[in-house]
Design a binder for this molecule. Structure first.
Ligand code: AMP
Length: 395
C-alpha cells in the first residue's frame, strides 16, 4: 500500500513526501479510505501509530476538494501540547494550500487566538475550556463545522471534560462527519460515541499493547530508596533522552530538585507549570538541551517526542492503561527503547495486570552494587496514598 492509492490532492502527496512518509501505517491504511468516503469513524489506536495523519489528511482533502472560506473542521483534544502538535501537523501537510488552522487552548493570552479566529481559519484545534470561552464571547462560531474529531476521548473523560464537550457539541451542526478516537472504551465513551456518531465504521489496530520495540524491566525497590536508586541508574545509563514519570506534580518537583543537584540537565512538565514553561521544557527536551524530563501523566499521551531512549516509571502509574501510554513515549517509529519501572511492594497487583496485557512476565532487575537494605530514616514520612486517576489537579 502506498499513499498514492488514496488519490489525495497532489499538494498533499507532495507534503507527505516532504514529511518522509513512505508507507501508510496500519491505522492510516484502514482509516483514510473510510474517512475520505465520508463515513463516521470510531478508532482505537495507540498513540505513536500515525493516528494524527489518519484524520488530518482526510480533513485537508475534503477542504481542498470543495473549497470554502469558513470554519469547517473542529478537532477537540485533551491537552495543550496535543493541540499544538496537531496544529503543527496540519501546518506541515497544508503547506502550499491556503488552508489555515488555529490552535485554541488555555494558559496563554486569548488575544492572538481571537485575532486568528477573526482572520479566519478553516480548522480549529482546541482544548475544551478555552474553546468554550471563545464561543461564549462570540469569537468562535461552530455553526459551519462539517467535520468533528474527538481525539483521545477517554483521556478527556478522565480530565473531567465531558460536560464541556457536550456543551460544545450543542453548537456543532448535527449534519457532519465525526471521528472519535480513544484508547479505551469505558461506558461513558461508548455512550458519547453513540451520541456523536452516525452509523460509524470501526477502525482498530488491535488490542492496545505496548510497542514490541520496547524492553521492559522492573526494579524492585523500597519507597525510601527510590531517589538513590534512580541516581545510580542514571549514572549507569547512556543518558541522552530520558523521560521520568512521577505520580503527582509535587513529587515531580521534588525529584527535579534532587536531580538538579547532580550533573544532569533536567526539566519538568506538569500541571503546575505555566504554558510558557511547559513549552520551553518540551522544546528543550526535544532539542537536547535537557537530557532528562520529569513529568506527570500530562505528558504521557500522544506527545510526539522523537528518540526518547528510556522511560522511567519512578512511580507506578495508576492503571495498566496509563502504563502503556507512558511507555509509548519510547520505542516510537521502529526505534528501540527501554522502559524501567520502580516497583514497591504496593505495586504488585498492578504489575500483574500489566503482565496480563503484555502476555509476558516482566523481568526484574536488581543492581549488584546498590544497598537495598539501608533502613528508612526515622523522620521519613509515610508516602501519601495513591490518588485516583480522575484527580487531575495532582498532575
Ligand atoms: P502520531 O501517532 O500521529 O502521534 O504519529 C507518530 C509519529 O509517526 C509522528 O512523528 C509522525 O510524524 C510519524 N508518522 C505518522 N505516519 C507516518 C508514516 N506513514 N510513515 C512514517 N512516519 C509516520
Amino acid at each position: 500500500m502506498s499513499f498514492t492509492q488514496f488519490n489525495l490532492d497532489s499538494r498533499l502527496n507532495a507534503a507527505i513526501k516532504r514529511a518522509g512518509f513512505i508507507k501508510p501505517t496500519p491505522i492510516q491504511t484502514s482509516a483514510i479510505p473510510l474517512a475520505l468516503a465520508g463515513h463516521d469513524l470510531i478508532g482505537t489506536a495507540q498513540t505513536g501509530t500515525g493516528k494524527t495523519a489518519a484524520f488530518v489528511l482526510p480533513i485537508l482533502q475534503k477542504l481542498l476538494k470543495v473549497p470554502g472560506k469558513r470554519t469547517r473542521a473542529l478537532i477537540i483534544t485533551p491537552t495543550r501540547e496535543l493541540a499544538e502538535q496537531i496544529h503543527q501537523t496540519i501546518g506541515l501537510f497544508s503547506t502550499g494550500t491556503k488552508i489555515r488552522s488555529v490552535a485554541i487552548y488555555g494558559g496563554v493570552g486569548a488575544n492572538p487566538q481571537i485575532e486568528a479566529l477573526r482572520r479566519g481559519a478553516e480548522i480549529i484545534v482546541a482544548c475544551p475550556g478555552r474553546l468554550l470561552d471563545h464561543m461564549q464571547n462570540k469569537h468562535a462560531n461552530l455553526g459551519t463545522i462539517e467535520t468533528l474529531v474527538l481525539d483521545e476521548a477517554d483521556r478527556m473523560l478522565d480530565m473531567g471534560f465531558l460536560p464541556d464537550i457536550k456543551r460544545i457539541l450543542r453548537q456543532v451542526p448535527k449534519q457532519r462527519q465525526t471521528m472519535l478516537f480513544s484508547a479505551t472504551f469505558p461506558q461513558e465513551i461508548v455512550q458519547l460515541a453513540s451520541q456523536t456518531t452516525n452509523n460509524p465504521k470501526r477502525v482498530s489496530i488491535g488490542i492496545v499493547r505496548p510497542a514490541h520495540t520496547v524492553d521492559h524491566t522492573l526494579f524492585p525497590v523500597p519507597h525510601h530508596l527510590k531517589k538513590q536508586l534512580l541516581i545510580r541508574i542514571l549514572d549507569q545509563t547512556d543518558t541522552k533522552s530520558i523521560l521520568i514519570f512521577t505520580r503527582t506534580k509535587h513529587r515531580a518537583q521534588n525529584l527535579l530538585k534532587k536531580i538538579k543537584r547532580t550533573k544532569y540537565k533536567v526539566t519538568s512538565l506538569h500541571g503546575d507549570r505555566t504554558q510558557g514553561q511547559r513549552r520551553q521544557a518540551l522544546n528543550g527536551f526535544k532539542n537536547g538541551k535537557y537530557q532528562i524530563m520529569v513529568a506527570t501523566d500530562i505528558a504521557s499521551r500522544g506527545l510526539d517526542i522523537d528518540g526518547i531512549s528510556h522511560v522511567i516509571n519512578y512511580d507506578m502509574p495508576a492503571t495498566a492503561d496509563a502504563y502503556i501510554h507512558r511507555i509509548g513515549r519510547t520505542g516510537r517509529a521502529q526505534r528501540t527503547g527501554e522502559a524501567y519501572t520502580f516497583m514497591t511492594p504496593d505495586d504488585l497487583v498492578l504489575v500483574q495486570k500489566i503482565e496480563k496485557i503484555m502476555k509476558e512476565k516482566l523481568p526484574k532487575k536488581t543492581l549488584s552494587d546498590f544497598d537495598y537494605t539501608v533502613p528508612k530514616p526515622e523522620n521519613q514520612q509515610k508516602p501519601r496514598k495513591r490518588q485516583p486517576r480522575t484527580v487531575t489537579s495532582q498532575r
